[in-house]
Design a protein around this ligand. Structure first.
Ligand SMILES: Nc1ncnc2c1ncn2[C@@H]1O[C@H](COP(=O)(O)OP(=O)(O)OP(=O)(O)O)[C@@H](O)[C@H]1O
Ligand SMILES: [Mg+2]
Length: 378
């Protein structure tokens, strides 16, 4: 997809901003607190139907105002242009999404229509944070690219809550778990194995692109790998039925531990992703710049994966990625971004981005200042 134009009204600090994007790179330039990230946030609404980080729409509506409005012209791979309009009312909580003037029944139906790949500072936790942040990353990508994944994960969470309640009750009462437990275990294994299967396929699908993107950004001698860490006995390439059998065995094997803890100790809710650079775990050993490079390589490989799965190129949103990168890596990032696809990046200073870009219309610079946007002179 290509976002051609965007209008923001009463959105964060943008009272009424109009932007025209390049087909390649659009660089949003401006000092701290001027409204660059807010523009990326607005684009995330077009993809996710909500903000990529705000807890509620009310927070995003301009202070002292009632209703935000986002309007965009988005072209698909065939060049067909859709007009998308999103409004959200801070007081009533009402939200509406229109595509070509017809209102979607459900706001969430927008998810998957206009895919985006987002890298913002909040996502640093994918490498440096705990397993929950990496699982959230996996779930978000897979919900965008698979219709069944979202339904499965919601159902899995419900089953997990029920099963945990039985285990906790038994622990607190000092009794054996209820006779209902095996039925819940079956459900947990059925849904859990489907989630593990999809996550493992995703990791297998991005591995090569990830390793090669990392090598490109950091220099060929740097070897970065990514692995999906799941229950004992489960291998990436296994069929879903085999995963189910292995997961079942793993749950049985740890029955005593479950009773002791009063909670389900194996399953996709306990899994993790692991990144390593030249064999060393990135979360423990990598420097800030190396961790940032891992994230960028991951997002570039996610970009390829989403393109393949959706048959539509996503828009790549990279917020504040240059701060930790040395000039070689920054120049490599720019070189890679110029090769294709639409992306929107932010920087406080053009000297940070490294490399030379012809700001010729395909690539554009927009100056963001106090919630207003204007094209930089060429
Ligand atoms: N609901 C809101 N209404 C009005 N202004 C808001 C609202 N939410 C945030 N802001 C303002 O928006 C500004 C932040 O904008 P943004 O995060 O886009 O900055 P930025 O240009 O990305 O800066 P940095 O370079 O520091 O990341 C802040 O000054 C903040 O006070
Ligand atoms: Mg910002």
């Amino acid at each position: 997809m290509q976002v051609r134009t965007l209008r923001l009204r009463e959105f964060r600090n943008h009272l009424d901003s109009h932007l025209q994007f390049g087909t390649g790179i659009t660089l949003l330039l401006g000092d701290n607190g001027q409204g660059k990230t807010n523009v990326l946030e607005a684009i995330s609404y077009l993809s996710l139907s909500k903000s990529f980080y705000a807890a509620s729409d009310a927070q995003v509506v301009m202070l002292g105002h009632n209703m935000l409005e986002i309007q965009a012209a988005i072209a698909d791979a065939a060049g067909r242009v859709s007009d998308v309009r999103i409004t959200a009312d801070a007081l009533s909580g009402e939200k509406s999404v229109q595509v070509n003037r017809s209102e979607l029944d459900r706001v969430s139906s927008l998810i998957g229509m206009f895919p985006a790949v987002i890298l913002s500072p909040e996502q640093g936790g994918i490498v440096a944070g705990g397993p929950a942040e990496r699982r959230k990353f996996l779930d978000l990508v897979l919900c965008q690219t698979s219709r069944t994944y979202l339904a499965d994960i919601l159902e899995y969470r419900r089953v997990l809550r029920q099963r945990n309640r039985l285990l906790l009750d038994a622990r607190l009462n000092g009794t054996a778990p209820s006779r209902e437990l095996p039925a819940w275990t079956e459900e947990l294994v059925r849904l859990g194995s489907r989630l593990i299967h999809k996550r493992a396929l995703f990791v297998e699908g991005v591995r090569e692109a990830f390793t090669s993107a990392y090598g490109f950004l950091a220099g060929a001698s740097a070897d970065a790998t990514v692995r999906y860490m799941t229950a004992e006995g489960i291998e990436e390439h296994m069929a879903v039925e085999v995963i189910a059998q292995q997961l079942h065995d793993a749950v049985e094997k740890r029955a005593a531990e479950e009773r002791r803890r009063g909670a389900t100790v194996v399953g996709p809710h306990r899994d993790d992703l692991s990144f390593a650079i030249n064999g060393l775990a990135a979360e423990r050993y990598a420097s800030q710049g190396e961790q940032k490079t891992v994230l960028i390589a991951l997002k570039l490989s996610e970009y390829d994966y989403v393109t393949m799965r959706c048959g539509e190129t996503p828009i790549l949103l990279l917020d504040d990625i240059f701060a930790e990168l040395d000039r070689h890596r920054a120049a490599r990032v720019m070189e890679r971004l110029q090769k294709g696809g639409q992306c929107v990046i932010t920087a406080t200073d053009e000297s940070l981005i490294g490399g030379r870009v012809q700001w010729d219309g395909e690539h554009r610079r927009i100056i963001v200042e106090s919630g207003t946007c204007r094209e930089a002179p060429v």
